[in-house]
Design a protein around this ligand. Structure first.
Ligand code: SF4
Length: 219
């Protein structure tokens, strides 16, 4: 029998998020058998997968990037490869695996695609108070870096949301360990654009002091 650690160690990864894999970003959704894609970018595939899962009445898996990556790498092994970060992930344990660059990017892509629509964008006072709550929160933490990922992509996504806005707490804002989003970006997004796409499981994990919970409408 092969050891579970071995399975993790040999897992292949896409070399980066910016290049289009052979035959495009695509995913056959196991729940429906439907092929979504191909697209030239991950963000495009992510948005279309979300639409497909919603239309089919399923919750999109939280680890959708890992599933897409596994499917693409299974078909294009020469394009994918292992790496030293895998060992780091393994010794970091399960908690480390769940708070990664991929999750952070996925969350930011969701925020960007849902920024339009109804609701007010937070003003400076609200953003300042949200930021202060995050800084005091035990869920405000670093994400695991990834040598195969382009950190620039993550920074651009954050800049796209934040623009030139600032709060006094910016220097201490990291990533939310519950939803994996960057807190510096998240505090500038209207509540409904986040809340609507927060799973029930994650809502339950939010501390009572979390601004997302405090601002939530009564059921
Ligand atoms: S749980 Fe809420 S307050 Fe805590 S880091 Fe995440 S968003 Fe900020």
């Amino acid at each position: 029998m092969r050891h579970a650690a071995f399975e993790i160690f040999v897992k292949q990864h896409l070399p980066n998020l910016t290049n289009t894999p052979p035959n495009g970003w695509r995913y056959i959704v196991p729940e429906t058998g439907h092929l979504v894609g191909p697209f030239t970018g991950w963000a495009q595939l992510y948005q279309n997968l979300k639409l497909h899962y919603d239309a089919a009445g399923y919750d999109m898996p939280e680890d959708i990037f890992d599933k897409v990556e596994a499917q693409i790498c299974e078909n294009y092994q020469e394009y994918c490869g292992g790496g030293p970060s895998l060992f780091k992930r393994f010794v970091g344990g399960v908690a480390g695996l769940s708070h990664t660059y991929h999750n952070a990017f996925q969350c930011l892509a969701t925020l960007i695609s849902n920024m339009a629509g109804g609701g007010e964008r937070p003003d400076q006072t609200l953003a300042d108070s949200r930021a202060a709550a995050c800084v005091e929160c035990p869920e405000n933490g670093e994400i695991e870096g990834c040598t195969h990922c382009n950190m620039k992509t993550l920074r651009h996504a954050i800049e796209r949301i934040v623009g030139s806005r600032k709060t006094p707490s910016d220097g201490a804002l990291k990533f939310c360990k519950v939803c994996h989003c960057n807190n510096k970006a998240k505090i500038w997004v209207k509540h409904e654009a986040i809340w609507k796409f927060t799973s029930d499981a994650n809502k339950k994990r939010l501390p009572e002091t979390c601004w997302l919970k405090v601002e939530a409408p009564d059921d």
